[in-house]
Ligand binder design. Structure first.
Ligand code: ATP
Length: 259
């Protein structure tokens, strides 16, 4: 379970997160959406213990992220938007390295590593240096690492970047299965159809504040748009519905320029 209560984060004068409260239950995939600069990454960094809050309370799996961060981190995995991996290692060396850091049982973790490398179609490359891998392949290695530790909490930032459609489908299946097994998942992405497919509840953050939360049908009701897809609803809540007007304005401006 993830519990966030009255969370604030300032960077100097910038109020990146303001009065954010949310609860994500075990077995739930929660879609965390917001325009650029809304405060998603800042929130994710706080949830994963990479950044301290200015104020407020955050508990991950029951552990306070400030005072019990060691325990919170032990049960949390992050899949970041960019695959940070040690390029001079092979996938199997990277996974062994993680297994050592997390003090996992060597035999069990070896089996789990092979299972995920197989699942992600990386067995052929398990002994090749990661530096030669494509972005999507590196992302799959990172995902295997995140799942190797068998976390209770999974935080995912833009999971599908660089993945081919087949891999994206596989990853969605894996997230769904893990949620069914009781994993708590926060999924942050700009790819809204993934959120429509996977997330029972969605939170929309703008300028650091949670401005809407609920199932897609609850958000539709609030937006008074009973047939809208998530993209339309998102644009309504985030005040981006005047894009067409902006484009028309720009077109008029440029057509008035005499060449
Ligand atoms: P995006 O979708 O573009 O990744 P985001 O929702 O993840 O955006 P954040 O990266 O959390 O947004 O940024 C929230 C606000 O905090 C922005 O105004 C950003 O400029 C600011 N910010 C983020 N990191 C820092 C930092 N290290 N120092 C100063 N300001 C920062």
């Amino acid at each position: 379970m993830i519990q966030v209560e009255n969370l604030y984060k300032n960077y100097g004068k910038i109020k990146a997160v303001q009065n954010l409260s949310l609860v994500i239950h075990p077995g739930e995939i929660y879609g965390f959406l917001g325009p650029n600069g809304a405060g998603k990454t800042t929130t994710i960094k706080i949830l994963t213990g990479l950044l301290l809050p200015t104020s407020g309370k955050v508990k991950v799996g029951g552990f306070d992220i400030v005072h019990e961060s060691k325990y919170a981190k032990q049960i949390t995995s992050l899949i970041p938007d960019r695959p940070y991996v040690y390029e001079k290692l092979t996938p199997i060396e990277y996974l062994n390295f993680l297994s050592g850091i997390y003090q996992l049982n060597r035999h069990d973790s070896q089996n789990i590593s092979l299972k995920y490398l197989d699942l992600f179609g990386l067995m052929r490359w398990k002994d090749e240096l990661i530096e030669g891998f494509s972005h999507g392949m590196k992302q799959k290695v990172v995902m295997a690492g995140a799942l190797l530790t068998q976390p209770k909490i999974l935080i995912i930032d833009e999971p599908m970047v660089g993945l081919d459609p087949q891999s994206a489908k596989l990853v969605k299946e894996i997230f769904n299965q893990l949620a069914k097994q009781g994993l708590t998942i926060l999924l942050s992405t700009h790819t809204l159809d993934i959120v429509e497919d996977l997330c029972a509840r969605i939170g929309i953050i703008r300028s650091g504040e949670l401005i809407a939360e609920g199932s897609l049908s609850e958000l539709r009701t609030r937006a008074k748009n009973s047939n809208g897809n998530l993209e339309e609803i998102f644009l309504q809540f985030t005040g981006e519905t005047d894009i067409q007007k902006k484009l028309e304005y720009l077109n008029n401006q440029t057509s008035n320029i005499n060449v």
